[in-house]
Structures are given as C-alpha cells and as structure tokens.
Design a protein around this ligand. Structure first.
Ligand code: ADE
Length: 224
C-alpha cells in the first residue's frame, strides 16, 4: 500500500511515522509513506499557500493552485483509490472505514490548515472527506496520522498473529475483553481463574461474555 500525504508541516510526520508498528511496516515493505511539502508547489515568490477569504472574515484559506499542482503530479504517476481531505466536517472515521481503506492500493491524504481549503478543492479534486471526531484540531496532520496508523496495522502481514487485528475492539462490533499478564496475584488482586485454566473453549466463552458485557456497559449504541 502507498500513502501520499500532502501537508504544509512535513516535519510533524517525522516522529510518529518512524516508530513501532508503522516503522516496521515500512521497513518490511508493506507500506510506502511519502510526505509532500505543499510549499514546494507554491507559484508565488514568497512560497505562500494561503490567502485571505473572499467576502472577508477572520482566518486564511488554503489556495487551490498548489494543492492542484501536487495532486496532479501524483495522479499523473499512478491511479489513486481515494484522495482524502481530513476535515472536521467529513464522515466520522470508524473501524469499518479503516478496514475498507486498508485494502486499497494508493491513497492521498490532504491535510488542511487555517480556515480550511478553497471549496473548489473539495468540489473538484478530492474524492472523500474524513473527520476523526467532533472536535477541531489546529490542522489535518494529526488526523492524517491517526488515519494512517489505523490503516497500516490492518494491512495484511503488518501485525503478527500475537497482536492480530482480528481481536481488536470494534473489529467484530464489540469492545475487546479485559487482558491480564503475570503475576497471577498482585496486592491480593487476582487474575480470573478461567484464564489460568488452560481450557481454550472456556476461555473463549469467557472472553466473548466479557466483550458483550463491556459493550453493553460502555457502548450500548454499538449493540443496537
Ligand atoms: N482537521 C481539523 N480538525 C479535524 C478533525 N476533527 N478531523 C479531521 N481533520 C481535522
């Protein structure tokens, strides 16, 4: 899978995209992440990528031309499954969307800033808009990283069996059951006996019951 990220803050991606599972996924060749600095596509001498809003009002708006030039360069090289704009008014991200996008081959993620992008970008250049929740971030970069992280761990081969994504919360519409590790007793707090029984059938049954209970208690909306 290839993910092209268009941003005016490329340095932000250096840490999170170079650690842990994402780093291993890149090293093993499961995913290729390319960060594109939008300023390089600015056509004015000050290398600006934003301008005042038509009609007035506070806040700058990201200009269409640098975004168009960057997207055009990318789409001239390969076909993209989706060109996604991260925005608080997009469809809210969930595990279903992540599953679907993890099966695609090429994605562009466009990070917004300031008051957002010129509306014509949304009308003509992108194919999908995604929000990571009902709150406003100072830019789309963190949202793009959240989306990339959630997708990459689902790409076949990225996780080993032990940490398989199949047992994650939301993957079967339920929250994940509680987990424990050694010691079996700590300050008198015990690990449930069934988990220590070695009886696989009983353990699976317990885990399912706990998943249902946890979902009923914490996220009853997922069951309806
Ligand atoms: N940009 C700013 N806020 C955002 C959000 N909640 N989701 C996606 N992109 C954003």
């Amino acid at each position: 899978m290839r993910i092209d990220i268009i941003t005016c803050l490329p340095e932000l991606f250096e840490g999170p995209m170079n650690q842990s599972i994402v780093k291993r996924a890149v090293q093993k060749g499961h995913v290729d992440i390319q960060i594109h600095d939008l300023r390089i596509y600015s056509t004015n001498k000050h290398k600006t990528i934003d301008d005042y809003a038509y009609g007035g009002g506070a806040g700058m708006v990201m200009m269409i031309e640098p975004i168009d030039l960057c997207i055009s360069e990318l789409t001239s090289q390969r076909e993209y499954d989706e060109i996604i704009y991260l925005s608080p008014d997009g469809e809210t991200l969930n595990q279903g969307i992540c599953n679907q996008l993890s099966l695609t081959k090429n994605l562009i993620l466009l990070c917004g800033h300031y008051k957002g992008v010129d509306e014509r970008v949304r009308q003509h250049l992108i194919t999908r808009e995604i929000s990571i929740g009902d709150y406003v971030l100072s830019g789309g970069e963190l949202a793009a990283m959240v989306l990339a992280d959630a997708l990459i761990r689902l790409v076949p081969g990225v996780l080993n069996d032990e940490s398989s994504a199949l047992t994650d919360s939301f993957q079967d519409g339920l929250l994940a059951p509680p987990v424990y590790t050694r010691p079996a007793t700590y300050k008198g707090w015990d690990v449930p006996a069934v988990l220590q029984s070695g009886h696989e059938g009983k353990i699976n049954e317990w885990r399912h019951e706990q998943s249902v209970k946890r979902t009923q208690d914490r996220r009853p909306d997922l069951l309806s």
